[in-house]
Design a protein around this ligand. Structure first.
Ligand code: GCO
Ligand code: MG
Length: 415
């Protein structure tokens, strides 16, 4: 057992791309030895910072850095009530930082601690969106020219956001009400019409396949925007377009409907970014009701639970597709990458690229070349945080208007 102990645990909130992120730095008794992890729940980042500083840090000062699994289990049970997004993210930041430290002490990249590489590079998918099929096609072709072979296609982000769009905070005028058949005096929100979204999405897939053929792998995110029975019908209609996967067809509250999809079509199904609790994914994995598990790994507590989940999925033929657009730190992207490199039943990795400011704040960002993400093979996670740079991009609370989703009659629904 090493004599290295935890000297401090610090949350570092930062928003280099204007999206609230939370990194965690675990400092040790060894001068210059520290680890970096991701604890990003962007919509409630301040709550995670409070959980880390008020509850997690006092439990860890003076503990050995060696026993990652013991620390994870101790933290997980220490709140009694558990399995929620805030505390799981706080645990994740510590967990990933401890894996980073373990690698630095062993002078090995984390993927080697996990059993070594199953692949040299990790294929990633990028996001495209547009107001019409032609615009989406143009963006798909741009990514294809950069070597990407997997591309998510949306038309109007999620649900085809009909009015108000992503910034649905504005009062809606009478003319718009009429045009989109809203009620009189509609509450503020990001309105969408599920049936119109379905019709438009099917036209989009038809157009893209007629223009691009079937070689390019297309993905689509329903984002829990359909009534369950419509989701079943949509999955059947989509089968002819051979998507790589169809994501979040149902909300976590409606996962029992996945069985009905499985009985009726072979559209590959992805689910999981909203999951925090093993009881949410186990029924879907053991009954092979999904094909890709889409967990945002800091939402379940970091590398330690994610590597177990990947192992549980393997015999059931479920592949990983960890969630990671732009509400994750580059340290979190690195954690995904090390898991992806060492996991046989890897499926695909979501990736949003890095802005110049993110690269400034997080030196060592993994590199993408020709559609593959590569690790830098440094010990640990191979990524650092420049705290001075991080401080230049403070997090500012802003509600995400696109989450104020409503149906045309004003019903508030999941976003
Ligand atoms: C995805 C997700 C995201 C989420 C976002 C929420 O598949 O990438 O659905 O786009 O909406 O991460 O903060
Ligand atoms: Mg999604």
């Amino acid at each position: 057992m090493s004599q290295v102990t935890i000297r401090n645990v610090r949350a570092i909130p930062t928003a280099p791309a204007g999206i609230n992120l939370v990194a965690v730095k675990v400092e040790t008794s060894e001068p210059g030895l520290y680890g970096v992890g991701c604890a990003t729940f962007t919509q409630r980042s301040e709550a995670v910072v409070t959980a880390l500083e008020q509850y997690v840090r006092p439990l860890l000062i003076g503990r050995s850095v060696d026993n990652i699994e013991d620390i994870w289990q101790f933290l997980y049970g220490s709140s009694y009530w558990r399995n929620g997004p805030v505390l799981n993210n706080a645990i994740s930041g510590v967990d990933e930082a401890l894996w980073d430290i373990k690698g630095k002490m062993a002078k090995m990249p984390v993927y080697d601690l996990l059993g070594g590489k199953c692949r040299q590079g990790v294929p990633v998918y990028r996001h495209t969106d547009g107001s019409c099929p032609e615009e989406v096609e143009e963006k798909v072709r741009q990514f294809m020219e950069q070597g990407y072979r997997y591309i998510r296609v949306q038309q109007g982000m999620y649900g085809g956001n009909m009015v108000g769009g992503i910034g649905g905070m504005d009062q809606i005028d009478a003319e718009t009400c009429k045009r989109f058949h809203l009620t009189e005096n509609p509450p503020i929100g990001a309105y969408f019409d599920p049936k119109e979204y379905m019709r438009r999405a099917l036209k989009l897939f038809d157009y893209l396949r007629s223009r691009l053929g079937f070689e390019i792998e297309l993905l689509h995110d329903v984002h829990e925007r359909l009534a369950p029975i419509d989701g079943v019908g949509f999955a059947k209609e989509v089968e002819q377009y051979k998507l790589f996967f169809l994501e979040d067809l149902f909300s976590p509250e409606q996962v029992s409907w996945f069985a009905k999809v499985r009985e009726q079509c072979a559209t590959p199904i992805a689910m999981g970014e909203l999951f925090n609790n093993p009881n949410e994914w186990m029924p879907l994995v053991k009954d092979q009701l999904i094909d890709f598990i889409r967990i945002h790994i800091s939402q379940i507590g970091g590398i330690s639970p994610a590597r177990k989940l990947a192992a549980v999925c393997e015999p059931f033929g479920v592949r990983t597709a960890w969630h990671g657009p732009n509400d994750i730190t580059p340290a979190g992207v690195a954690a995904h990458l090390h898991l992806d490199l060492a996991t046989t039943n890897f499926g695909i990795q979501e990736f949003a690229g890095f802005t110049e400011n993110e690269k400034l704040v997080f030196p060592g960002c993994p590199e993408v070349r020709d559609g593959y993400l590569y690790a830098n093979d440094q010990p640990g996670l191979g990524i650092d945080i420049d705290e001075e740079a991080a401080a230049k991009f403070p997090c500012t609370y802003h509600d995400n208007a696109w989450l104020w989703a409503r149906l045309p009659d004003g019903t508030a629904v999941r976003a």
